[in-house]
Design a binder for this molecule. Structure first.
Ligand code: FDA
Length: 452
């Protein structure tokens, strides 16, 4: 058992932990980053599967994500645009693929009017929300005690409008059933991206990717830390007093003045805290849970949909894969589609055999792109639910009522322990941008405290 002493021990080598560690080191503090896995990056993972480079975790960068964009530029990485030339596809309740261009998809004039009205209402509400303090809104308690689903049903009884308004923050972002989280949680999700309209605009929210894969961000950040990153070191026990911490991992112990917990909050309970965390944290952390989505990658000899004049952008609240996009790698001759299967549909698909799951998902993609979609040369499902050190995707959110009840305490330190993770972010919530912001924030706080 190795024993070392550092100024700060960081638990977790994802974007948040590695950002914090780099910033602390730059300020002259010594660090050790302990990572449970045998790789860095956490929910960022670029891998080659059967010869195809796939973004198994996070990949897209949107124009508002300043912290991520600065990091990408600072690391010397290049970005490229998601392919979006041509028609998009919407599958409505009739099960038919309708092509469209522009922002509005083909629904009846009445449904279109309702969607526009409710979107305007939502944008106005979102504009009043500070993503870093949604609980501070005067109507936070009211908005946090009604489910997203119930609120939408109060606005209209047009089922197609409800389904389409529900899914941008539901299946597509929080990846939980819409009855399982509040209107306030939904508004936070939208506020973290600037507006509800931004969130539904694929050209905004899914704008760019990094050439060679987004995992290069944590890989390069880790490279700068050199020997200060320790892989395969799951922290099992964290002893703490006001004076400092002792982090005990499988094969090493780190004594430090501060600890940064840079892991998904649903995993805090895997660590034994000595003394136990305060009552508030014990309670609060139980009200956060991971969403669940399967990210499906289908690689074809060519991007055949482009020849049909399709952009690859497709969605439907009636389909198993509620959204899908052209995800072809930069400079690649082969074409890649990425589709997403969320919450209860994902649960259901993991109850059937792998062959049947593949068949059902590809059939759903074929509803958007035609029969050619049934025959990819490479097929892969990212299943973060079975990853011990993540346990879901994309991130954690509060159950109904939890955000206004506990939100203000989420980032409050406990003695020498600080918390940083995309799941705790305001701006950039659930995204890499939020992870970087949280990493920067705790680093700044610790530097100030230690240098005071
Ligand atoms: P993250 O979970 O990445 O890192 C935590 C680290 O802590 C992990 O490496 C884990 O192994 C480690 N750990 C846990 N317990 C430990 C212990 N006891 N001891 C030591 N180490 C421990 N975002 C985005 O901006 N654009 C996108 O397109 C997407 N798309 C997307 C798709 C999919 C499938 C996923 C799963 C996620 C995304 N995201 C995304 C979200 C984004 O990937 C995510 O928000 C951040 O990468 C999270 O970074 P963090 O550092 O906060 O946590």
């Amino acid at each position: 058992m190795t024993e070392i002493t550092r100024d700060v021990v960081i638990v977790g080598a994802g974007a948040a932990g590695l950002t914090a560690a780099n910033q602390l080191k730059k300020a002259g503090l010594s660090v050790a980053v302990l990572e449970a896995r045998d790789r860095v990056g956490g929910r960022l993972w670029t891998d080659t599967i059967e010869g195809a480079m796939l973004e198994i975790g996070g990949q897209w960068v949107s124009p508002d994500q300043d912290a991520l964009k600065e990091t990408i530029a600072e690391l010397g990485l290049e970005t490229f645009d998601r392919y979006r030339d041509g028609d998009s596809v919407y599958v409505g309740p009739d099960g038919v693929a309708h092509r469209f261009t522009g922002e509005m998809f083909p629904v009846s004039p009445d449904t279109e009017r309702i969607i526009a009205e409710v979107t305007e209402r939502l944008d106005a509400m979102v504009a009043e929300i500070d993503p870093d303090r949604p609980w501070a809104h005067p109507r936070a308690a009211e908005w946090d005690t009604i489910s997203w689903d119930a609120w939408l049903h109060q606005q209209t009884d047009d089922d197609e409008a409800i389904r389409n308004l529900a899914f941008p923050t539901g299946s597509a972002m929080l990846t939980k059933p819409t009855h399982a989280f509040s209107l306030l949680q939904s508004l936070l999700m939208a506020a973290s991206a600037g507006s509800y309209s931004n969130l539904v605009d694929a050209d905004f929210i899914l704008d760019k990717r990094v050439v060679g894969g987004l995992q290069q961000v944590p890989l390069l950040l880790a490279e700068r830390l050199g020997d200060d990153v320790y892989l395969g070191q799951a922290v099992r026990t964290l002893e703490y007093t006001d004076a400092g911490v002792t982090a005990i991992a499988d094969r090493m112990t780190v004594r430090a003045r501060r600890a940064v917990l840079a892991l998904a909050p649903v995993l805090y309970h895997r660590i034994s805290f000595v003394p136990p965390m305060p009552r508030l944290q014990h309670q609060m952390h139980q009200h956060l849970s991971m969403g669940f989505v399967i990210k499906v990658h289908a690689v074809y000899e060519t991007p055949f949909w482009r020849a049909q004049g399709l952009s690859g952008t497709a969605f439907s609240p009636y389909e198993i894969s509620h959204e899908a996009y052209d995800n072809t790698n930069h400079g690649d001759e082969r074409g890649t589609l990425v589709g997403f299967v969320s919450d209860r549909l994902a649960d259901d698909l993991f109850r059937v055999s792998a062959a049947e799951r593949r068949e059902r998902i590809l059939t759903s993609l074929s509803h958007y792109y035609g029969p050619e979609a049934m025959n990819p040369v490479v097929y892969y499902e990212s299943d973060w639910g079975s990853e011990e050190w993540t346990r879901g995707a994309y991130a954690a959110s509060f159950d109904l009522g939890g955000l206004h009840r506990y939100g203000a305490d989420l980032r409050t330190p406990v003695g020498p322990i600080r918390f940083a993770c995309s799941d705790l972010a305001g701006a950039g919530y659930q995204h890499v941008d939020g992870a970087i912001r949280m990493g920067r924030l705790v680093a700044e706080q610790i530097i100030e405290e230690i240098h005071a």
